[in-house]
Design a protein around this ligand. Structure first.
Ligand SMILES: [Zn+2]
Ligand SMILES: [Zn+2]
Length: 169
């Protein structure tokens, strides 16, 4: 059973209109900076703050990395962006929020791809909790699959290098 609850963020007038409404509902002013950051992240999901800054600078030449960090942190706090923190890598940002999707990262080049929620609703992995577990109500399972992308596999002469499954259900 799959229900399509994914919000499709394209950068364009429709997305911009939705961002404006969301900013209003959070009592934030609609600024060029906020919209440009959202558009940049929508265009290149899982981008680092540096990469977002490069894109935003095409439009707002004077924006600093520091202000981009501030905007990214604020929008993440509002739930308009999701922040991913892969091991050994700078934080990445995406506009695809609230759908409990997971991520696969290539341990060779750091490329990140979305992996849909395995079950269709959160949490899609139910841990075998001890009877005495204090955190007994699991709300979210945020899984990071680690493996090798096809480019890196080809470069290393590997045919297939499947990552070990993190858990079985
Ligand atoms: Zn790779
Ligand atoms: Zn993602």
């Amino acid at each position: 059973m799959t229900t399509d609850t994914t919000t499709e963020w394209t950068s364009g007038p429709t997305a911009e209109h939705q961002w404006e409404q969301q900013l209003h509902s959070h009592d934030r002013r609609v600024t060029k900076q906020r919209l440009a950051v959202l558009a940049a992240v929508a265009r290149s999901p899982h981008a680092t703050a540096e990469a977002v800054t490069d894109v935003v600078r095409a439009e707002l030449a004077n924006i600093t990395l520091q202000s981009v960090y501030v905007v990214l942190a604020d929008l993440t706090g509002l739930g308009m962006l999701r922040r991913i923190e892969p091991p050994n890598s700078a934080a990445r940002y995406e506009t695809r929020t609230g759908d409990n999707h997971h991520h696969a990262i290539c341990t060779g080049c750091g490329r990140i791809e979305d992996v849909d929620c395995a079950v269709g609703h959160a949490p899609c992995l139910t841990p075998g909790l001890d009877a005495g577990a204090t955190i007994g109500r699991i709300v979210i399972a945020d899984v990071l699959y680690q493996g090798t992308c096809s480019d890196c596999a080809a470069k290393a002469g590997l045919v297939e290098a499947p990552a070990p499954a993190p858990a079985s259900h």
